[in-house]
Design a protein around this ligand. Structure first.
Ligand SMILES: [Zn+2]
Length: 469
């Protein structure tokens, strides 16, 4: 079972710890579930976990967790969740294309009860005894018919079939409580590991490889520790609040692409001539800025060191125009900070203006010094820039606080590998409440493919809950 946790901030860490603690059932909660199960010893029951959770005022996940451990102790046996009611609309009756359940499908479609209740709710228990096919099998038949486009299908009344073994009477509460205590301990340890990973100052790749007991071959140049360009990605958030490594992984592709483009350009014969022309002209920095091309940033940084004040001013102004190209623009931050103390007031003015757009907090103390600048227009721009940087920080923090934590459980498996395959997904909010469930028959596939499909589908289904797309 894949357990996917995306950790963003300290608050997420706290939420996750609270969630783990809440998912440890109490003696009273375990007893409530056991009492219910003990009523049907020796029988196969169909448990609608959602309904039971409501009745017992317990968390659905908690009940599933208790069931899972009772199964491991041999007290019960659970089967794939089934639906006991279905609404079927026939599209056509050509079952020849079916791969797995052709014969059963013919049987069901011929059945009088099935025919009578088409387009309304069919009780699968009644159908099962009429066609002599088990409910789980009917579930699969109907799903294959749906995938083949033969029927439209709506499923309802989801239940987990549970076989209650005689051992359910002798379950040791102390043993069960001890299992949950150990589980809580190991889950909290996992959170600690993730935090340690995020806060570690060593190469992120090395950390992961070492964690799995593997050797490391030196700096990877692809993580936020090894690559300085990725270090500023979380600009605007306090240090230690963010897991930069994961953000870096997403952006590195973009950065590599720029690097590749640069290499390609180097081969173009006109480039050298163009550069010469640019160097000869004092308005070159302006041209570079107008191109709105992040590849020009290093060149513009060179221009900020120019002896010519006008050139410095134009370079700073151009860098301001390229402020949207993060993280590359952060390379210019040290040079721009120097220019906040430039002899020419217009250079100081434009440098302050650029920081308002780039939003680097490193510049704040230097900008504050400009509040006493001799030129009123420099002071004005500095006030504006400080306001913008602080606002950006506040906005970013707010969006981080509003970001919700969700927990995704996904799994996929095939019968036969490859063979008839299915996926299952449960998405919980941060209180552990199930917000989305999904199960799907995906046709013939390998175990591996089913696992990936489950994860991909899970991430798709999770988007609306995270307000992302
Ligand atoms: Zn690294």
């Amino acid at each position: 079972m894949a357990n996917c946790i995306l950790l963003y901030s300290k608050e997420d860490e706290r939420k996750l710890r609270r969630l783990i603690k809440r998912n440890t059932p109490s003696t009273k909660q375990i007893k409530a579930v056991l009492d219910l199960l003990r009523q049907g010893v020796g029988k196969l029951i169909y448990m609608n976990v959602k309904r039971i959770a409501n009745d017992l005022k317990l968390d659905e996940v908690l009940i599933r967790l208790i069931l899972h451990h009772l199964e491991r102790m041999g007290a019960i046996k659970t089967y794939f969740r089934i639906y006991r009611r279905a609404e079927v609309r026939m599209q056509n009756a050509d079952v020849k294309s079916l791969k797995y359940y052709q014969q059963d499908a013919e049987e069901i479609i011929r059945n009088a009860y099935f025919k009578k209740y088409l387009n309304s709710w069919i009780d699968l228990e009644v159908l099962s005894s009429s066609v002599q096919i088990s409910i789980p099998r009917i579930n699969n038949v109907l799903r294959e018919l749906k995938i083949a486009g033969i029927i439209e299908l709506e499923e309802r009344d989801f239940c987990t079939p549970i076989k209650l073994n005689p051992g359910i009477k002798d379950v040791d509460m102390i043993e069960l409580l001890e299992i949950f205590r150990r589980l809580e301990e190991s889950n909290l340890k996992k959170v600690e590991n993730v935090v340690e990973y995020l806060e570690s100052e060593e190469c992120k790749r090395k950390f992961i490889l070492n964690y799995f007991g593997e050797d490391h071959g030196g700096a990877c140049n692809a993580c936020s520790v090894c690559n300085s360009l990725l270090r500023h990605l979380g600009e605007g958030v306090e240090a230690g609040e963010l897991g930069f490594a994961s953000v870096g992984a997403v952006n590195i592709g973009k950065f590599k692409k720029l690097e590749a483009e640069e290499k390609m350009d180097a081969g173009v014969k006109d480039t050298e001539n163009l550069k010469k022309q640019e160097l000869e002209s004092h308005s070159a920095p302006w041209v570079l800025g107008e191109a709105r091309d992040p590849k020009k940033i290093p060149k513009l940084i060179e221009f900020t060191k120019s002896e010519n004040g006008n050139e410095r001013r134009l370079a700073v102004s151009a860098l301001g125009k390229l402020s949207i190209f993060k993280p590359l623009i952060f390379e210019a931050v040290p040079s721009l900070i120097e220019l906040l103390e430039d002899d020419k007031p217009q250079v100081r003015q434009y440098a302050a203006k650029a920081f308002g757009k780039i939003g680097s907090e490193d510049a704040l103390p230097h900008l504050k010094r400009l509040l006493n600048d001799e030129k009123p227009y420099v002071r004005e721009v500095a006030i504006e820039a400080i306001k913008r940087i602080k606002n950006a920080k506040r906005k970013f923090k707010k969006s981080m606080d509003e970001k919700k934590l969700i927990i995704i459980y996904s799994n996929g498996a095939s019968k036969g590998n490859p063979g008839a395959a299915g996926i299952g997904i449960v998405i919980c909010d941060e209180s552990g409440r199930v917000v989305k469930e999904h199960e799907e028959f995906i046709g013939a596939a390998t175990n591996n493919v089913a696992e990936y499909q489950a994860l991909i589908k899970a991430l798709e289904l999770a988007c609306p809950f995270l307000k992302i797309s």
